[in-house]
Design a protein around this ligand. Sequence first.
Ligand code: GLN
Length: 195
Amino acid sequence: MPAARVGVLALQGAFALHVRALARLGVDAVEVRTPAELAGVDALVLPGGESTTMSKLLESQQLFEPLAERLAGGMPALGTCAGMILLSREVLDGRADQRSFGAIDIAVRRNAFGRQVDSFEADLQVVGLPEAPVHAVFIRAPIVEEVGEGVEILAQVEGGRPVACRQGPVVVTSFHPELSPDLRVHELFLRELAA
Ligand code: GLN
């Protein structure tokens, strides 16, 4: 079987660092900005950035519907921070016109850690990565407030709030794994493609 072609949604936000992280893992990722580029990939990373802006750009670039279809068809996806918001079923504290794909059965609250802790770092125990905790960087991060039955919680912050989840081939994190030299979250996602 030929290797999976991995795309990174490149409309806005931290896409370049995901491309670099994937390259370090030997994956030649493609930047996706058009429906044609989307059609050429087998899996997609949705980066951090600003979910309201990305939602708008997805519509203006005619990408929202084709991407919704691919996700409904079971395309593997990794969503980090704003990418997690876009993949979720419900967005709390979103903008009225903000859309999400419902590719994972979670409700997320935007900017949930409040102003005083806009950004913070934490060492997280992640299911499937038992060797050592993952050092996670959170930037105006969303939190997962509701988790549907088919969703596996992969990591939680102190107090038990979920910050990484998986449902089938869709993996999401509140934090930015592409900002860390530790690429095990990307590896965990790439394992989905091999499966
Ligand atoms: N607060 C941003 C949003 O709502 C997400 C922040 C991020 O991706 N680092 O889209």
